[in-house]
Write a protein that binds this ligand. Structure first.
Ligand code: IPM
Ligand code: MG
Length: 360
């Protein structure tokens, strides 16, 4: 088969890690008889430098017309005045929000999995880690506080800032359905996270999630308050399978979940629309301080490409092959510096890509 992929290398380490993910996709193409066509577009700081905006209409249109999008990372040091001494809607991260909204990518899937080989990097105590954990955070991505009305103005002589948290039942229903669908392919458990003891949006969330749950009688649904969830993640991470939550809570909890894997350089993510279209990117940022040094870990981006094969192209066998190659690289003791430990072989970004390709 042939597939058209929009590639957004972005800023910082983005270009280096995306290069390795393309290398792996090309190897998959060679072995399994597919062709991947890439069209590169700019987003983030590099787009600001070239066009004065973090995402052009043309770049968005190119992405919309393709089969899926592969993204590195966007953003730089906040000290970079060219990118940050401007209105918030012109900063690099605004490009990310614009592409999520523009392509209707409401379902953000963030797996957090403890690799047995990397358990030493997990900051939790051994008795808490137990047999490890394997969860997926399903974060709503185009609603809530991120996209509600906001303004700062003087009201009765007092500077006042307003951010609005809005969800309608349709927005809740479609993300809940995605979460239950994924749970059906996993351990059939959904923990829905909200703040229903305070927020109206959470009370509606709970009601709609319960309605959706009726269509999935095999899936066990539990509700958890977000503050308790933050605590449970570091007390008993093994209890989570699919975590379903709104945009802002998902932003925070997914960072917490990635931290306890001990290796943010390993975590992939997918952002999907109603159908099979998705944007795939590592969960980590652009790490400008290590850009261009060939030391960044490309595995999160490579695993994101594997998610693309699985979720957008239905190439399960190929996705399995990439995930198995990553697992093999780890058991063979090959490590980038961020996951390095004694007795292992330290390699750079490009060498890690090569090592994974060699195992496909
Ligand atoms: C993420 C990031 C973004 C978010 C930022 C960069 C706008 O933290 O993808 O989690 O808050 O969604
Ligand atoms: Mg975040």
């Amino acid at each position: 088969m042939e597939y058209n992929i929009t590639v957004i290398p972005g800023d910082g380490i983005g270009p280096e890690i995306v290069r390795e993910a393309k290398k792996v996709l090309d190897k998959v193409g060679e072995v399994y008889g597919h062709t991947f066509h890439y069209t590169e577009v700019l987003m983030g700081g590099c787009s600001i430098d070239a066009y004065g905006v973090p995402l052009t209409e043309e770049a968005l249109e190119t992405a919309r017309k393709s089969d899926s999008v592969l993204l590195g990372a966007v953003g730089g040091n906040v000290g970079n005045s060219r990118w940050y001494d401007v209105a918030p809607n012109l900063r690099p991260e605004a490009g990310l929000l614009a592409i999520r909204k523009g392509l209707g990518l409401f379902a953000n899937i963030r797996p957090a999995y403890l690799y047995h080989e990397l358990a030493g990097a997990c900051p939790l105590k051994k008795e808490i880690i137990g047999d490890g954990f394997d969860m997926v955070i399903m974060r709503e991505l185009t609603g809530g506080l991120y996209f509600g009305e906001r303004y700062t103005k003087e009201i009765d002589g007092v500077m006042t800032a307003v951010d609005t948290l809005t969800y309608n039942e349709n927005e809740i229903r479609r993300i809940a359905i995605k979460a239950f669908e994924i749970a059906m392919k996993r351990k059939k458990s959904v923990i829905s996270v909200d703040k229903a003891n305070v927020l109206d949006s959470s009370r509606l969330w709970r009601k709609v999630v319960e309605e959706v749950a009726k269509d999935y009688p095999e899936v066990k649904l539990t509700h958890m308050l977000v503050d308790n969830c933050a605590m449970q993640l570091v007390m008993n991470p093994g209890q989570f399978d699919v975590v379903l939550t709104e945009n802002m809570f998902g932003d925070i909890l997914s960072d917490e979940a990635s931290m306890i894997t001990g290796s943010i350089g390993m975590l992939s993510s997918a952002s999907m629309n109603e159908g099979k279209f998705g944007l795939y990117e590592p969960s980590h940022g652009s790490a400008p301080d290590i850009a261009g040094k060939n030391i960044a870990n490309p595995i999160a981006t490579i695993l994101s490409a594997a998610m693309m094969l699985r979720y957008s192209f239905d190439l399960d066998k190929e996705a399995d092959a990439v995930e198995a190659a990553v697992q093999k690289v780890l058991s063979d003791g090959i490590r980038t510096v961020d996951i390095m430990s004694e007795g292992c072989t330290k390699v750079g970004t490009a060498e890690m890509g090569d090592a994974i390709c060699a195992r496909i």
